[in-house]
Design a protein around this ligand. Structure first.
Ligand code: DX5
Ligand code: ZN
Length: 219
């Protein structure tokens, strides 16, 4: 199995010392940061917006992948691009004209990501799979950190892996939600290459460095 990339989700960080926490995951080997943007409509929770993203951008050299859990994301693509996002991930369920939204992200010069919820079938990706750099499979229902990994999403990860390989694409396959040292190997065996982890990194009693090591090299 290839070593997974880790996207540390700052949703689980201590926001009173966000700069330090970002530095700690960078030192521990995080490949990028994952920023969860929630609008209280697409998902029941509200998190933070471009202002916080901009502050994080100033505090780190790590790429900032930005997971837009917002209704009609087209309204905010430019704002998040200006704030420092390296990649914008939009939901198939939140974008009315997904193809156009993906084209617009590309035109902004950013990496293009698409996310699908647990109840959305993988088939929805077929018409746009060759347009994206990254597919994010939600392994919990989006909206909150610290939820339990849904095993029923595993076959879907494998389906998407097969489709990516069949088409000879280099698309990254990322999983998000409930990823810890016990669930990470399942997602990786199913075909994922990138792990989003919030609670398992920032909330680990073992500390950030050890937590990151356990995710990268599960035993
Ligand atoms: C959930 C978010 C996740 C969240 C993951 O809606 O998309 O990125 O931060 O948190 P954990 O790793 O705690 O499940
Ligand atoms: Zn996320």
């Amino acid at each position: 199995m290839v070593e997974p990339k880790i996207a540390a989700s700052i949703l689980a960080a201590d926001f009173t010392r966000l700069g330090e926490q970002v530095e700690a995951v960078a030192t521990a080997g995080a490949d990028r940061l994952h920023l969860d943007i929630m609008d209280g409509i697409f998902v029941p929770n509200i998190s933070f917006g471009p202002l916080v993203l901009q502050a994080v951008f100033k505090a780190t050299k790590l790429p900032l992948e930005t997971h837009l859990m917002i209704d009609q994301p087209d309204r905010y693509l430019e704002d998040f691009a200006k704030a420092g996002a390296s990649c914008l991930i939009v939901h198939t369920e939140g974008a009315n004209h997904l193809h156009r939204t993906l084209e617009r992200i590309r035109a902004l010069g950013l990496k293009v990501g698409v996310a699908i919820n647990p109840a959305t079938p993988s088939l929805i990706l077929d018409p746009i799979l060759d347009m994206v750099d990254l597919v994010l499979v939600m392994t919990v229902n989006p909206g909150f950190g610290g939820q339990k990994f849904l095993d029923r999403t595993l076959p879907k990860i494998t389906e998407i892996r097969k489709r990516i390989d069949h088409l000879g694409l280099k698309t990254e396959l990322e999983v998000d939600g409930g990823i810890d040292p016990a669930t990470a190997p399942k997602a990786l065996s199913a075909g994922a290459t990138v792990l989003v982890a919030g609670s398992a990194v920032f909330g680990s009693p073992l500390g950030i460095a050890k937590a990151m090591e356990l995710l990268k090299y599960p035993r």
